[in-house]
Design a protein around this ligand. Structure first.
Ligand code: GLY
Length: 392
C-alpha cells in the first residue's frame, strides 16, 4: 500500500475511534443509579403512612403498600440503608431509621420463615452501619423466632404453615433466611443457630436440586419421618421448570453460606448453580421469570437478575478458579449495566418512586406481572455496592 493510502486509512481509524461512544465506567454508572435511587427512595417515604411499607404498582397503575408483616417489608428500609451507605446523607439515614423501626414487632414472627428476610435486610443493615446495640438485640430475638421453625426429623426450617396440600413445605427461597441465623450465630457465638442453618442447607442440597443443578421450588416433607412427600412448584411455570427467582435465591443462598462457614460443599453448590444458569440467560443478562417459560409468556424479572448479580459479584471473590471468577463478574457486570438502561431503570419522579421496573412476583397467580418490586431495588443496590467494594 502506498504511503498516502496508509495515512488515509490511519485517519479513518482515528475518526471512527473518536466517534465511538465512550462506555460509562462502572463507577460512573453506579453514581448515576444511586443518584436516581436517592431521589426515588426519599420520594417513596412521602407516599407512606406511619405503618406502611411499599409493595408494588397494581394492574390499574396505583401504588400499593403493605403492612410490616408482608414478607417484603424489610427491603425498603434496607434500600434506604444502602443509599445511606453510598451517599452518607443524613436525611436518608433518618428515613432509614424511621422505616426500620416500623418493623420492630416483626422480630416475634414465628408463623412463617420470612422473619429472616424482613429483619435481616432492615435491622441487619441498620446494625452493620451504625453498631447500635438495640438493633443487635432485635436481630437476636428474630433469629430465635426463626429457629422455632426448625423441624428436627426433616432437618429444615419449615417455610409455610401446613394445609390440605402440604404438611411441612420448604421452599428454595428459605436459603436466604439462613443469613440471619449465620450472622446472629457469629455475633453471639451461638453454635445452635449456625448448626440449624447448615443442617437446612445440607438437607436442601439433598432434596431440592435436580441433576442439572436447577432446583424445585417446594419440597414437602413428612414432619414425623422426614420423608419427602412431593416436589413441586408454587410460583414457577411448572413443577419441573426452573423458576428464575428460585434459582437466584439458591445461588445467593449457597454463596452466602460459604462466605459465612467456609464449608467447601456450599462453594461447589453455588458454582454448579452459577454454571447451570449463566448459559441460559438472555442476551442482556436479565432472566425471564422462569427459565422454561414458553413463548408468549416470557416477561423479564429484574428481581431475579438483581439477586443473581449480587450473588455473582460475591461468588467471583470466593471461587478458586480464575476463569470462573472472570465469568461470574462479567455476567454480573452485564446484568448491572442492563438494569441501568431506560428499559429497566426508572426516570426520577416516575414508577411510583421504585427504582427498577419489570419484575414478576407470581405469574401463575396473575399477580405482580411486569411491575416494580422492592426486592429488585434492594438487591440491585447491594450488587452495585458489592462491585464497588472490589475496587476499594
Ligand atoms: N419468597 C417469595 C418470592 O420470592 O416470591
Amino acid at each position: 500500500m502506498k504511503l498516502r493510502n496508509l495515512s488515509i486509512l490511519g485517519l479513518a481509524v482515528l475518526a471512527s475511534c473518536a466517534s465511538a461512544p465512550k462506555q460509562e465506567t462502572m463507577e460512573e454508572m453506579t453514581a448515576r443509579v444511586f443518584d436516581v435511587a436517592k431521589q426515588q427512595m426519599i420520594a417513596m417515604d412521602a407516599q407512606l403512612g406511619p405503618k406502611q411499607l411499599p409493595k408494588t404498582i397494581s394492574a390499574d397503575s396505583t401504588f400499593q403498600t403493605s403492612s410490616r408483616y408482608w414478607w417484603c417489608s424489610g427491603f425498603y428500609p434496607g434500600s434506604l440503608w444502602y443509599v445511606y451507605e453510598y451517599t452518607n446523607d443524613d436525611t436518608v439515614k433518618e428515613l432509614a431509621i424511621k422505616n426500620t423501626l416500623k418493623l420492630d414487632s416483626v422480630k416475634f414472627v414465628t408463623d412463617n420463615h420470612d422473619v429472616g428476610f424482613m429483619i435481616n435486610c432492615s435491622y441487619g443493615n441498620a446494625y452493620r452501619l451504625t453498631g447500635n446495640e438495640a438493633y443487635k438485640e432485635v436481630l437476636n430475638v428474630a433469629a430465635h423466632s426463626l429457629a422455632t421453625r426448625f423441624r428436627e426429623h426433616v432437618g429444615c426450617i419449615q417455610s409455610w404453615g401446613s394445609n390440605k396440600r402440604w404438611q411441612c413445605p420448604v421452599i428454595i427461597d428459605n436459603m436466604m433466611n439462613l443469613e440471619l441465623l449465620m450472622s446472629v450465630g457469629d455475633m453471639f457465638n451461638n453454635d445452635t443457630l449456625r448448626t440449624i442453618a447448615k443442617t437446612h442447607a445440607d438437607t436442601t442440597i439433598k432434596n431440592h436440586f435436580r441433576p442439572d443443578y436447577t432446583s424445585f421450588h417446594v419440597v414437602d416433607y413428612n414432619p414425623e419421618t422426614g420423608e419427602v412427600n412431593m416436589k413441586c412448584t408454587h410460583q414457577g411455570y411448572s413443577d419441573e421448570s426452573a423458576w428464575a427467582r428460585g434459582q437466584a435465591w439458591g445461588l445467593y443462598g449457597y454463596t452466602m453460606m460459604y462466605a459465612f462457614s467456609g464449608e467447601e460443599r456450599y462453594l461447589a453448590q453455588a458454582e454448579n448453580i452459577a454454571k447451570a444458569l449463566i448459559p441460559r440467560l438472555p442476551e442482556d443478562g436479565i432472566p425471564f421469570w422462569d427459565f422454561d417459560a414458553p413463548n408468549g409468556e416470557e416477561h423479564r424479572d429484574t428481581s431475579a437478575g438483581a439477586i443473581m448479580a449480587s450473588a455473582l459479584v460475591q461468588l467471583s471473590t470466593l471461587t478458586k478458579d480464575a476463569e470462573a471468577s472472570k465469568c461470574y463478574l462479567a455476567t454480573a457486570e452485564k446484568q448491572m449495566r442492563s438494569m441501568a438502561t431506560p428499559k429497566y431503570l426508572a426516570e426520577p419522579g416516575t414508577n411510583c418512586s421504585f427504582l427498577l421496573r419489570r419484575s414478576v412476583g407470581h405469574f401463575k397467580g396473575n399477580s405482580e406481572i411486569d411491575v416494580p418490586l422492592t426486592y429488585a431495588d434492594y438487591y440491585y443496590l447491594e450488587a452495585l455496592l458489592r462491585y464497588r467494594a472490589l475496587n476499594k
